[in-house]
Design a protein around this ligand. Structure first.
Ligand code: ZN
Ligand code: ZN
Ligand code: ZN
Length: 323
């Protein structure tokens, strides 16, 4: 097993001048959180305890990682008294989560929604109660709160931390996030929470919403050059990247790709399940979201998919129109 760097010292190691934010450390905590939340259904009290403790740790580390991008002194309780030497040795009192939130808004221009701030405050209380008295409130309530915080952190990582990662760091982060995303789909409380949130957004476009190759939820709307999953926040740089991952993840019979008669890309897929009617697979273009009726033929000349009609001689309308 690979040893992950745990603190700044090791991060800085050979590159003393590089300000390396401890994002991997925060994501490592999230790996633990999702592992504990998927141990049982519902999770046992002991799993819930470690899920909450590590979730709180992830919040602190990740918020401060973003703050540190503004300036390393910002993670000190008192930035005015910060010194580089104490920062590098880790020998200082760091700011509270509340202070980190204030500074993110005031200095980094990152506003955290009120609802998330409230949830984070409740998480801190749960953590403190756990450390001193054990789990005293109802387990489902704690689990639901954990799901809310997890939702917030996945958004925060995607929007605030991922865009500026170095390439080598990005690779490691992507790998761990893929594991986390695959687990999100099996955390009951997270499922409920996210589906409630995204239901309204996806309902009007359910005909072009397909399953995410990572979290397996119906939450990716096709027809965009850079599609993303509303459920686990995975995003793809190109629609064909999504199609590639989709084919790898879902090995169903009849999944055949072909050229789309509308946009001309090789991104039309037969037997695609869509959110509107999962039991009634469509032929859907991942590139432009065009869909074809149940009768599909493959053009004998150009191999594009088309809806067959009388006298088409086995050719698509485009090839038929050629002189
Ligand atoms: Zn997903
Ligand atoms: Zn198309
Ligand atoms: Zn053709």
């Amino acid at each position: 097993m690979e040893i992950r760097p745990r603190n700044r010292r090791e991060f800085l190691g050979s590159q003393p001048d590089v300000d390396f934010p401890p994002i991997q450390n925060g994501i490592d905590y999230l790996l633990s959180v999702t592992l504990h939340l998927t141990h049982g259904d519902p999770p046992a009290p002991r799993d819930l305890k470690y899920a909450i403790l590590h979730l709180q740790a992830a919040v602190e580390v990740l918020l401060k990682a973003r703050l540190q991008r503004e300036h390393w002194s910002q993670v000190f309780k008192n930035p005015g008294a910060a010194t580089r030497a104490r920062f590098e040795s880790g020998d200082f009192e760091s700011c509270t989560t509340d202070a980190a939130l204030d500074r993110l808004a005031g200095i980094a221009g990152v506003t955290i929604p009120d609802k998330a701030v409230k949830t984070l405050g409740m998480l801190t209380k749960s953590r403190n109660a756990l450390q001193h008295y054990g789990l005293t409130t109802s387990a489902p309530a704690v689990e639901a709160r954990a799901a809310e915080v997890l939702t917030f952190l996945m958004e925060f990582i995607t929007a605030e931390l991922q865009p500026d990662l170095r390439t080598d760091e990005e690779k490691l982060v992507q790998r761990d996030l893929a594991v986390i995303r695959s687990r999100l789909g099996t955390i009951t409380s997270y499922l409920k929470q996210r589906h409630n949130e995204i239901r309204a957004d996806l309902a009007p476009v359910a005909d072009s919403v397909v399953e995410c190759p990572l979290c397996a939820q119906f939450a990716v709307q096709v027809g965009f050059p850079d599609p993303q999953c509303s459920f686990c926040h995975m995003s793809w740089v190109h629609s064909h990247g999504l199609l590639f991952d989709y084919l790898r993840a879902f090995d169903r019979p009849g999944l055949l790709t072909g050229e789309c008669p509308k946009c001309g890309q090789e991104e039309m897929l037969r037997q695609t399940r869509v959110a509107a009617a999962p039991a009634d697979p469509r032929t859907l273009c991942f590139g432009c979201a065009a869909s074809l009726g149940p009768q599909i033929a493959t053009c004998s000349d150009c191999a594009a998919f088309y809806e067959p009609g009388e006298g088409d001689l086995g050719r698509c309308p485009r090839c038929l129109a050629l002189p």
